[in-house]
Design a protein around this ligand. Structure first.
Ligand code: AMP
Length: 135
Protein backbone atom coordinates (compact mmCIF):
# COMPACT_ATOMS: atom_id res chain seq x y z
CA UNK A 1 0.00 0.00 0.00
CA UNK A 2 1.50 3.35 -1.00
CA UNK A 3 1.42 6.44 1.18
CA UNK A 4 -1.27 7.88 -1.12
CA UNK A 5 -3.51 4.84 -0.66
CA UNK A 6 -3.15 5.36 3.08
CA UNK A 7 -4.28 8.97 2.67
CA UNK A 8 -7.25 7.85 0.53
CA UNK A 9 -8.16 5.29 3.23
CA UNK A 10 -7.76 8.00 5.95
CA UNK A 11 -5.08 5.91 7.63
CA UNK A 12 -2.75 8.90 7.65
CA UNK A 13 -3.71 12.57 7.67
CA UNK A 14 -3.43 15.03 4.80
CA UNK A 15 -4.66 18.53 4.08
CA UNK A 16 -7.40 17.51 1.65
CA UNK A 17 -8.74 20.16 -0.71
CA UNK A 18 -10.97 18.09 -3.03
CA UNK A 19 -12.34 14.57 -3.34
CA UNK A 20 -14.76 12.73 -5.60
CA UNK A 21 -15.24 9.09 -6.60
CA UNK A 22 -12.22 9.05 -8.89
CA UNK A 23 -9.62 11.39 -7.41
CA UNK A 24 -8.42 13.01 -4.22
CA UNK A 25 -6.40 16.22 -4.00
CA UNK A 26 -4.32 17.35 -1.03
CA UNK A 27 -1.38 19.61 -0.25
CA UNK A 28 2.11 18.23 -0.83
CA UNK A 29 3.79 17.77 2.54
CA UNK A 30 7.07 19.29 1.21
CA UNK A 31 5.78 22.02 -1.11
CA UNK A 32 7.79 23.64 -3.85
CA UNK A 33 5.68 26.72 -3.10
CA UNK A 34 3.03 26.94 -0.41
CA UNK A 35 -0.24 25.65 -1.83
CA UNK A 36 1.52 23.02 -4.00
CA UNK A 37 -1.16 20.36 -4.42
CA UNK A 38 -1.27 16.80 -5.69
CA UNK A 39 -4.16 15.31 -7.66
CA UNK A 40 -4.19 11.57 -7.10
CA UNK A 41 -6.41 9.01 -8.87
CA UNK A 42 -7.98 6.54 -6.47
CA UNK A 43 -7.74 3.73 -9.01
CA UNK A 44 -4.23 2.38 -8.54
CA UNK A 45 -1.72 2.76 -11.34
CA UNK A 46 2.01 3.31 -11.19
CA UNK A 47 2.02 6.49 -13.26
CA UNK A 48 0.69 8.10 -16.46
CA UNK A 49 2.07 5.32 -18.63
CA UNK A 50 -0.17 2.60 -17.24
CA UNK A 51 -3.15 4.69 -16.04
CA UNK A 52 -6.34 4.14 -18.03
CA UNK A 53 -7.36 7.04 -20.23
CA UNK A 54 -10.50 8.04 -18.32
CA UNK A 55 -8.64 8.09 -15.00
CA UNK A 56 -5.90 10.20 -16.55
CA UNK A 57 -8.42 12.53 -18.16
CA UNK A 58 -10.28 13.07 -14.88
CA UNK A 59 -7.01 13.76 -13.04
CA UNK A 60 -6.20 16.43 -15.64
CA UNK A 61 -9.72 17.87 -15.43
CA UNK A 62 -9.47 18.26 -11.67
CA UNK A 63 -5.93 19.63 -11.87
CA UNK A 64 -7.33 22.45 -14.01
CA UNK A 65 -9.90 23.25 -11.32
CA UNK A 66 -7.30 23.11 -8.56
CA UNK A 67 -5.06 25.42 -10.60
CA UNK A 68 -7.85 27.95 -10.94
CA UNK A 69 -8.44 27.72 -7.17
CA UNK A 70 -4.75 28.45 -6.50
CA UNK A 71 -5.08 31.60 -8.57
CA UNK A 72 -8.26 32.64 -6.76
CA UNK A 73 -7.26 31.67 -3.22
CA UNK A 74 -3.54 32.46 -3.20
CA UNK A 75 -3.20 35.05 -5.93
CA UNK A 76 -0.87 32.78 -7.90
CA UNK A 77 0.22 34.47 -11.11
CA UNK A 78 1.17 31.20 -12.80
CA UNK A 79 0.77 27.45 -12.27
CA UNK A 80 2.93 24.48 -13.26
CA UNK A 81 1.55 20.99 -13.84
CA UNK A 82 4.27 18.42 -13.26
CA UNK A 83 3.97 14.65 -13.49
CA UNK A 84 7.01 12.50 -12.76
CA UNK A 85 6.58 9.16 -14.52
CA UNK A 86 9.26 6.65 -13.58
CA UNK A 87 12.22 6.84 -11.22
CA UNK A 88 14.44 8.34 -13.92
CA UNK A 89 11.90 11.16 -14.25
CA UNK A 90 12.08 11.81 -10.50
CA UNK A 91 9.07 9.79 -9.36
CA UNK A 92 9.38 8.89 -5.68
CA UNK A 93 5.88 7.68 -4.80
CA UNK A 94 4.84 4.71 -6.99
CA UNK A 95 1.21 5.80 -7.37
CA UNK A 96 0.16 8.11 -10.24
CA UNK A 97 -0.18 11.78 -9.28
CA UNK A 98 -0.09 15.19 -10.86
CA UNK A 99 1.62 18.10 -9.09
CA UNK A 100 -0.19 21.45 -9.32
CA UNK A 101 2.26 24.13 -8.25
CA UNK A 102 1.29 27.77 -7.76
CA UNK A 103 3.86 30.25 -9.12
CA UNK A 104 4.64 33.83 -8.25
CA UNK A 105 6.82 36.37 -10.00
CA UNK A 106 10.54 35.62 -9.58
CA UNK A 107 9.89 32.84 -7.02
CA UNK A 108 12.76 30.72 -8.42
CA UNK A 109 10.72 27.58 -7.71
CA UNK A 110 11.91 25.75 -10.83
CA UNK A 111 15.05 25.68 -12.93
CA UNK A 112 14.37 26.48 -16.58
CA UNK A 113 14.56 23.82 -19.30
CA UNK A 114 18.02 23.07 -20.67
CA UNK A 115 17.23 24.34 -24.19
CA UNK A 116 19.41 21.90 -26.14
CA UNK A 117 19.72 22.19 -29.93
CA UNK A 118 19.07 19.75 -32.81
CA UNK A 119 21.43 19.12 -35.71
CA UNK A 120 20.02 19.74 -39.19
CA UNK A 121 17.24 17.21 -39.91
CA UNK A 122 17.50 15.56 -36.48
CA UNK A 123 14.20 16.92 -35.12
CA UNK A 124 12.25 15.84 -38.22
CA UNK A 125 13.76 12.31 -38.07
CA UNK A 126 12.92 12.03 -34.39
CA UNK A 127 9.40 13.34 -34.99
CA UNK A 128 8.92 10.67 -37.66
CA UNK A 129 9.98 7.88 -35.26
CA UNK A 130 7.71 9.15 -32.50
CA UNK A 131 4.83 9.62 -34.95
CA UNK A 132 5.10 5.96 -35.97
CA UNK A 133 5.09 4.89 -32.33
CA UNK A 134 1.91 6.74 -31.33
CA UNK A 135 -0.71 4.08 -30.70
P1 AMP B 1 7.05 12.42 -6.92
O1 AMP B 1 8.51 12.73 -6.81
O2 AMP B 1 6.45 12.99 -8.18
O3 AMP B 1 6.77 10.95 -6.72
O4 AMP B 1 6.37 13.23 -5.76
C1 AMP B 1 5.88 12.68 -4.60
C2 AMP B 1 5.44 13.82 -3.72
O5 AMP B 1 4.66 13.31 -2.65
C3 AMP B 1 6.61 14.62 -3.10
O6 AMP B 1 6.56 15.97 -3.56
C4 AMP B 1 6.36 14.49 -1.60
O7 AMP B 1 6.64 15.68 -0.89
C5 AMP B 1 4.88 14.14 -1.54
N1 AMP B 1 4.48 13.40 -0.36
C6 AMP B 1 5.08 12.31 0.15
N2 AMP B 1 4.43 11.91 1.26
C7 AMP B 1 3.39 12.76 1.43
C8 AMP B 1 2.34 12.87 2.40
N3 AMP B 1 2.24 12.02 3.42
N4 AMP B 1 1.44 13.87 2.27
C9 AMP B 1 1.55 14.74 1.23
N5 AMP B 1 2.51 14.69 0.31
C10 AMP B 1 3.42 13.71 0.40
Amino acid sequence: MTIFEKIIAREIPASIIYEDEQVISFLDIKPNNKGHALVVPKKVSLNALDADEETFAHMARMAQRVARALVTALGATGVNFVMNNGEDAGQEVPHAHLHVIPRFKDDGAFPTFRKLSYEDGEADALAEEIKRAIA
